[in-house]
Structures are given as structure tokens and as C-alpha cells.
Unconditional design. Structure first.
Length: 272
């Protein structure tokens, strides 16, 4: 499906299904970053639950400008479709020398849909340095269902990432990813704008599918992460295959025969 839109490729979509996030460093111009920082300090406008994204933010807001950027708009459409609705939005702040961090958790995990997902857009309007803590996340954790802070006692997992990034970075995450806000050890406030979006269309082949059969797609979907144990990794890949089947409409797709094997339901033998 050739397109002039800045849609994601199949390889990028497969990477999102495997990792649970898509990162775009420095994609937002400094002019929008400066407007965003001024707005976040004053407070963001209220938006009712379920408001169509296209009419939720007026043209004079930094949010409208952010969402109109071709790379951001194309990624959002690829993940949740052309007319998503706003679930909620919020500003998350880590104060200077706050001395504490969030517990590791997943957001609103009462949502256990296996064939659909919301995204959370996380926007960092200023540089985030290692000393500022950043957002910690666990790649590949989004399909391992937990309830809110069930994993809050866990301090570190092998392969976790702590975001450091230039100003104007956007990260789009699956609603189930495990994450936490780390402690800010600097004299500067750390701010993050978060926007959760709900799809209103079936999330089937919304991206540029011209590379759908690229071998790199299967390679991305089969990625292992350091926190997995060998047997547990199979469960993660199994769940990815289920999601990829839903996203592509291809019920025959599989990796190492895992889903085909488990879904096998032979018909009863007929007797003469």
C-alpha cells in the first residue's frame, strides 16, 4: 500500500508489537517545545473522556502542533487509526531533588484486550539527562498482564531502559508496558506530557504494509529480551503472534508453530 503519509512500516509495527514502544528522538521543533514548557507550568486544558482527537485541542495549543507533525501523526494513525478518541491527558512532574521514585507499574491494566490496544503518547519538551532520572520501562513487558503495582516490589530487571533523550522526543507506548518515573537528582524540574488515545476502528493494516512479508518482520516478532527466562520467552512470542494475527488479519501467521500447535482442535472422528 504505497502512501505519501508518514505511516509506519511493517517492520516498525512488528518492533512495536515486540517491544511495546516506539521512540522518536528530537522530532518536535524547539518552538513547540518552548510553548509546551510554558503551558505545562500553567496547566493544560480539560478534555472530556471520549472526545474525538481531531477536535479536542484548538489550533493555538502546543498539543495541536505536536499532533500535526507528520512523523507523529503518521505513527499515531498507524497504531490506533485515523480518528482516535482522547481517553485522558496529564502532566507528570518530578521535582528537583525529590528523593523518591515511582514503583514499577502498568497503567489501567484492567484493560486485557488481546486483539486491540490503546497507546500513550509521552512527550518530553526538554532534554532529559541521566541525573534527571527519566522514565524507566521494561521492553517486551506489555503483553505480560499484571494489575497496576503488582510488580512494585521489583527494583530492577535485566534489559530495562531509563530514558535519556534530547528535547522534543516523543515515545508512543502500548498501554500495558511496565514503567516508572525515576528519581530526579538535579536542581531542575522534569516534566512529561502524557496523552492516552483509544482507537475507534479495527486496528487492522493501518500502516504501510508494502513490506509485510519482509523477513525482518518475523525477526522483530521473535526478539528475546534479557529479563525473560527461556520458557517465559515462548509465552511472550506466543502472545505477539496472536496480536500480529489480529493486526494483519492473517490467521495463518506463526513462529515455530507455537500458536498453530496450541489452537489445533481436531474434529471428532465419524463412524460409519
Amino acid at each position: 500500500m504505497p502512501t505519501s503519509k508518514h505511516l509506519l512500516t511493517s517492520v516498525q509495527m512488528a518492533r512495536f508489537v515486540a517491544q511495546g514502544f516506539l521512540r522518536m528522538d528530537g522530532v518536535v521543533p524547539q518552538e513547540i517545545n518552548e510553548r509546551a514548557l510554558a503551558t505545562l507550568a500553567e496547566g493544560i486544558p480539560q478534555v472530556p473522556y471520549g472526545a474525538p482527537l481531531s477536535g479536542a485541542f484548538t489550533r493555538d495549543t502546543f498539543i495541536h502542533g505536536l499532533l500535526a507533525l507528520p512523523d507523529v501523526a503518521g505513527a499515531v494513525e498507524s497504531l490506533v487509526g485515523p480518528e482516535p478518541t482522547v481517553d485522558h491527558h496529564a502532566v507528570h512532574v518530578r521535582e528537583p531533588h525529590e528523593g523518591k521514585a515511582q514503583a514499577l507499574h502498568a497503567d489501567a491494566i484492567i484493560d486485557v484486550r488481546p486483539d486491540a490496544f490503546d497507546i500513550q503518547l509521552m512527550y518530553y519538551p526538554h532534554e532529559v539527562t541521566p541525573e534527571m532520572g527519566g522514565t524507566l520501562s521494561v521492553p517486551g513487558s506489555h503483553l505480560r498482564r499484571i494489575n497496576e503495582t503488582d510488580i512494585g516490589r521489583v527494583q530492577n530487571l535485566r534489559g530495562q531502559t531509563r530514558l535519556t533523550c534530547p528535547a522534543g522526543t516523543v515515545v508512543l507506548v502500548h498501554h500495558g508496558i511496565w514503567h516508572s518515573g525515576r528519581r530526579n537528582d538535579t536542581a531542575h524540574r522534569r516534566s512529561l506530557y502524557k496523552l492516552r488515545l483509544n482507537p475507534t476502528v479495527q486496528q487492522v493494516r493501518l500502516w504501510d504494509t508494502s513490506d509485510l512479508h519482509d523477513p525482518a518482520v518475523t525477526a522483530e516478532l521473535g526478539t528475546y529480551f534479557p529479563w525473560y527466562e527461556q520458557a517465559a520467552a515462548r509465552l511472550e512470542v506466543y502472545n505477539r503472534v496472536l496480536l500480529w494475527r489480529a493486526l494483519t488479519g492473517d490467521e495463518s501467521f506463526d513462529i515455530d508453530h507455537w500458536v498453530t500447535r496450541v489452537s489445533n482442535r481436531p474434529a471428532p472422528r465419524r463412524t460409519a
